[in-house]
Design a protein around this ligand. Structure first.
Ligand code: P53
Length: 471
């Protein structure tokens, strides 16, 4: 039992949750920068502009903008062979629709990429991770075909600039969040009509396909992946009705992957649009764009499984672990109420591989928890070690029993950062602690947790240590 040679080990972050410096060197606000701090109980609001009386976690985040050099050094110390980060569109084209790119933005990512390459860390870059430039509001963000062109131009700038340095690209983080969290995913408010939401999703799919093709034209070594929020689910009961409702949920989520992996809208989606009398703004060339833009691999995040049934219909907007209408009594929950299900990872890998037969990579998995210092001055985050270990044991089974080609495993996140759903800092994921609280106060000092040394040893053994621990 072991992991493949050249298996990628590492972690993932996103610009808006890690960098801070939200107006530095020419950057302008993105959709992430108008979401104030929320909490476990209270969803984050979306303010129309930046309100001086509110605290916006992304404005400072964990100040990665000024700490990335040391942070990547620490990733190297753990033995990372891959680091997934996102480029902030609003650093490269600050308004989203600018004529020319902002050189200072490119310079910043040059330094990040060079620091990775210096340590033989493979950069895996997400082009948009919950941060559409606010300057695109006047077009309706992703509800406009113009945004497709702006995005393709932004991607082209990066593909040319980083040619031969970055090989792995992901177009949209968790594109299926266009169904569940459309503001994060594309600047679309929940109150918008179904028709606007479907149109915005369509434009992202089109933009993604165009970028895949462009990436292949610019360099045939480029590999472009789709990024799926791993919303795998079980039926609430064995009743046929619950099974059909669960299947509907799965199809709604997987529809995005269907388009990106197979190059066309699936029949069930076309029928649904027809029933709802939604006319997508198809143009004659669009079909070919979608079919020419099939992805090379599938990446996904995995935190939990859902349980679905007849009550699920219509409640998926704003989905997190609890909003499908059912509680899975077989699973324990995290402090934030997310069901913990290591076997669900193996289940999900099988769902994706059965459906697409493409290489898979886990680009997010981890446990958000409150970390406390022990009297010895350390953070003994054994709960996090246990979470990751149990997931890796299941991942290994998917590779060695089920024969699924898995390219790598990246945790969310190797370093503490701002939570996307609540904006809290206290929901920590890292192997590296950052001294900053929910209100942005602290020294920003980096401190290694117990899990840092555990992950380091694990990578050193290419995963074999997992089985020694089990024996
Ligand atoms: P947080 C749920 C809610 C929001 C974003 O989430 C999510 C999920 C997972 O289903 O997706 C990813 O920070 C996302 C990251 C995010 C991470 O989950 O709310 O790609 O940006 O930080 C963890 O605990």
């Amino acid at each position: 039992m072991s992991f493949p040679k050249n298996f990628l080990w590492g972690g993932a972050t996103s610009a808006a949750q890690y960098e801070g410096a939200y107006l530095e060197d020419g950057k302008l606000p993105s959709t992430a920068d108008v979401m104030p701090l929320g909490s476990k109980k209270h969803k984050r609001e979306i303010t129309n502009q930046i309100n001086k009386n509110k605290f916006y976690p992304s404005h400072t985040a964990v100040d990665g903008y000024h700490h990335y050099q040391r942070d990547i050094e620490l990733f190297h110390e753990m033995g990372f062979t891959a680091y997934r980060f996102s480029i902030a569109w609003s650093r490269i084209y600050p308004h989203g629709d600018d004529q020319n790119p902002n050189q200072a933005g490119l310079d910043f990512y040059d330094k990040i990429v060079d620091q990775c390459l210096k340590y033989n860390i493979e950069p895996i870059v997400t082009l948009q991770h919950f941060d559409t430039p606010m300057g695109l509001k006047k077009y309706g963000f992703w509800a406009s075909r113009k945004t497709v062109d702006f995005f393709v131009k932004y991607a082209q700038t990066l593909l040319i600039h980083f040619n031969n340095k970055i090989k792995y690209w992901l177009t949209f983080n968790e594109i299926n969040n266009m169904s569940t969290m459309p503001w994060n995913a594309g600047g679309i408010k929940n109150e918008e009509s179904e028709s606007v939401k479907e149109k915005a999703a369509y434009f992202q799919l089109l933009a993604s396909a165009k970028v895949v093709r462009l990436a292949h034209e610019i360099n045939s070594n480029n590999k472009v992946g789709m990024m799926y929020n791993g919303h795998f689910s079980y039926p609430a009961t064995c009743s046929p009705e619950d099974n059909l409702a669960n299947q509907d949920f799965q199809k709604e989520m997987l529809f995005y992957a269907d388009v990106q992996a197979r190059g066309a809208y699936p029949k069930f989606k076309l029928k649904e649009l027809e029933r709802e009398k939604i006319n997508l703004p198809f143009r004659s060339n669009d079909k070919k764009i979608l079919s020419d833009g099939k992805v090379d691999f599938i990446s996904f995040s995995y935190y939990m499984t859902h349980t679905c049934g007849v009550r699920t219909k219509g409640v998926i907007r704003g989905l997190n672990g609890l909003e499908t209408g059912y509680i899975n009594r077989y699973l324990k929950k995290s402090e934030w109420g997310w069901p913990i299900d290591p076997k669900g990872l193996r289940f999900g890998l099988n769902v994706l591989y059965d459906r697409y037969q493409l290489p898979l990579i886990i680009v997010e998995n981890g446990l958000g928890a409150v970390d406390n210092f022990s009297p010895d001055g350390m953070i003994h985050d054994n709960y996090r070690i246990e979470y990751i270990k149990q997931h890796l044991l299941q991942l290994e089974k998917a590779i060695s029993y089920d024969g699924i080609p898995v390219m790598g495993y990246l945790t969310w996140a190797p370093i503490d950062l701002v939570s996307a759903s609540t904006g809290e800092m206290n929901k920590r994921y890292g192997f590296i602690y950052v001294d900053v609280n929910d209100h942005g106060k602290g020294s920003f000092k980096r401190i290694k947790k117990s899990s840092f040394y555990w992950y380091q040893n694990l990578i050193k053994s290419n995963g074999d240590r997992l089985f020694e621990e089990e024996r």
